[in-house]
Design a protein around this ligand. Structure first.
Ligand code: IPE
Ligand code: IPE
Ligand code: MG
Length: 249
């Protein structure tokens, strides 16, 4: 059947990517690590465009983790300058593409200048509707859960929420990705098979795709391979295969 509705069901509505392998990509070419991060920005731009062209409504990118603060100061500061530079250059492009931007992470840990840029980008693109792009900077999955807990507690304390009414929905509303479609597909490049403290709450039923491609090498055909993997999964959500398989027409 070539029913476009069926075709759409095989596409994820929300993809998250752990963009790993910039350093190794640079090293294998005898270049400094920051050259790898610059090459990573190019890959990021291409993938954002490809995902937007596929009309996938949500994309979350892991750019800098809570743990990445432990890298050498020089690498951290070159990454922060790169974020600022990329923001300055790309926000208007994304805005023209009708992309809404949200930042997730401990933004108070970032420089005042970067915080201001992030807030401006969010404000500028707030009414955009084609795709939502969440950029995880200074982000940790555990941090996210703790922050959500803090907000739930504040609501209970000020009488907005009854403690007995706290359920998964009430909790999810306070997490960083609240309001985005459920996470369908998590991609990690760079060969490691681990989560590295990314979206712990949101990945409960995500399909997990790992590739050895280093992030600067992740192009449209790599994306297509991840989408093909996704399309081949039977998502049972606890039910049996018979319960979820399509009745034969
Ligand atoms: C991912 O690439 C980018 C960030 C974590 C900022 P890495 O910098 O981790 O690259 P590898 O893993 O060292 O190759
Ligand atoms: C995960 O990559 C974080 C990002 C891609 C931003 P890392 O390179 O920091 O993860 P580990 O250290 O291999 O777990
Ligand atoms: Mg890495």
């Amino acid at each position: 059947m070539t029913d476009p509705t069926n075709a759409n069901q095989a596409l994820p509505r929300h993809i998250a990517i752990i963009m790993d392998g910039n350093g190794r990509w640079a090293k294998s070419r005898g270049k400094p690590r920051h050259a790898g991060h610059r090459a990573g920005v190019k890959a990021t731009r291409n993938i954002v465009e490809a995902v937007s062209d596929l009309n996938i409504p949500a994309l979350t990118l892991f750019a800098f983790s809570s743990e990445n603060w432990s890298r050498p100061a020089e690498e951290v500061s070159s990454l922060m300058s790169l974020f600022l530079e990329v923001m300055q250059r790309e926000v208007n492009v994304l805005h023209r593409k009708n992309v809404r931007i949200r930042f997730v992470g401990a933004r108070k840990q970032l420089s005042a200048r970067l915080q201001r840029k992030l807030a401006e980008a969010e404000a500028k693109t707030a009414a955009n509707t084609h795709m939502e792009l969440a950029l995880a900077v200074a982000y940790g999955g555990r941090w996210d859960i703790v922050e959500a807990t803090r907000r739930v507690c504040a609501k209970v304390q000020n009488g907005e929420l009854d403690a007995a009414a706290i359920d998964e929905h009430a909790f999810a509303r306070e997490t960083s990705l609240a309001g985005m479609p459920p996470l369908d597909l998590l991609i990690r490049t760079g060969g490691e098979r681990r989560i590295s403290n990314f979206l712990l709450w949101d990945m409960a039923y995500a399909e997990l795709y790992f590739t050895d491609a280093l992030w600067p090498q992740f192009d449209q055909s790599e994306l297509q391979a991840a989408l093909d993997f996704y399309a081949g999964r039977q998502r049972r959500f606890g039910r049996t295969g018979d319960q979820v398989s399509e009745p034969v027409a």
